[in-house]
Write a new protein. Structure first.
Length: 302
């Protein structure tokens, strides 16, 4: 079985687009499409359906694609460990973090690095998502800790932490409490921030994924901290991760979709060809385990 075909299928699954997957891998779309078609022929099942709304897994694809993820992850781990045994790398781990990543998770990252079988120092860089992704591609960074809002299918991914999302809507129904359904939340005018930290991308994808119009305030906040403050004084509504609520709001409600809490996820992203790949695998695994209490105990608004 051709490994590249498996990677192409994984890329399409993550980007929900043949063209986006091809761009990420630096191949033509026909080449990638042919690779997926050959894989489907070999497996005897069709993995994807195409529609005007994008690419979705078929019923068979929904079963097979997670297995492909697992198989490629195991293969990458074997290659990384063999590289570590034969060509051990030195130096610290250079970590790029989004402004949305909280100090608690950063502290967990330092503990995870110190607890490696070969302990390493961390060197942090906080920047906008575009700059972080460019630095990862150029080799200036080893791993990113960022919101899981944009696929980089040629790279390894691992969800580290998820937390609930809340809505602050001063213009909402007076005295309303408890969870707020997404379709009901669509009636507010939302203040957005520049599409750099990942929060605006998350918000846009959330509404678009449910075919809901996202009504926006005509101005723009500079950061999610300003977003929190402006919502508090009634400029407009805000959608924020629960841990980013820094003040008491009279109208702060958990956001749900069909009764299920809406969550934003943060992921680690790194290159399978990085000389530190085996150490990064160990680091990310340890970080994911350490971050579990952060997701369950994220503070509510106070």
């Amino acid at each position: 079985m051709n490994v590249e075909g498996l990677r192409y299928a994984q890329a399409v699954s993550r980007t929900k687009s043949f063209s986006a997957a091809a761009r990420d891998y630096g191949v033509t779309q026909p080449a990638l499409s042919n690779g997926v078609a050959r894989l489907e022929e070999e497996l005897g099942v069709r993995l994807f359906d195409r529609s005007p709304r994008g690419v979705r897994p078929t019923a068979h694809g929904a079963v097979v694609l997670p297995m492909i993820d697992h198989a490629l992850g195991a293969l990458d781990s074997i290659v990384a460990e063999a590289r570590r045994l034969t060509r051990p790398a030195t130096g610290g781990i250079r970590v790029g973090v989004s402004p949305l990543i909280g100090a608690d998770l950063v502290a967990c990252a330092f503990d995870a690095a110190r607890g490696l079988s070969r302990p390493r120092e961390l060197v942090l860089r906080e920047a906008d998502l575009g700059m972080l992704r460019a630095a990862l591609r150029s080799g200036e960074l080893d791993v990113l800790l960022v919101p899981a809002v944009e696929a980089m299918p040629a790279y390894r991914h691992r969800i580290i932490l998820s937390e609930p999302v809340v809505v602050v809507d001063p213009a909402g129904a007076p005295g309303a409490e408890g969870p707020l359904e997404l379709d009901a939340a669509a009636g507010a005018d939302y203040i957005l921030v520049p599409d750099t930290c990942g929060l605006t991308t998350f918000t846009t994808q959330l509404f678009r994924g449910q075919d809901l119009a996202l009504r926006t305030y005509p101005g723009e906040a500079a950061t999610y901290r300003v977003l929190d403050e402006w919502a508090g004084i009634g400029v407009g509504a805000a959608l924020l991760p629960r841990s980013k609520i820094t003040r008491r709001h009279a109208s702060c409600r958990p956001l749900v979709r069909a009764g299920t809490p809406v969550e934003i996820s943060y992921e680690a992203v790194w290159s399978r060809s990085n000389p530190l790949a085996a150490d990064l695998e160990e680091f990310v695994e340890s970080l994911a385990e350490a971050a579990v209490p952060l997701g369950s105990d994220a503070p509510a608004s106070d």
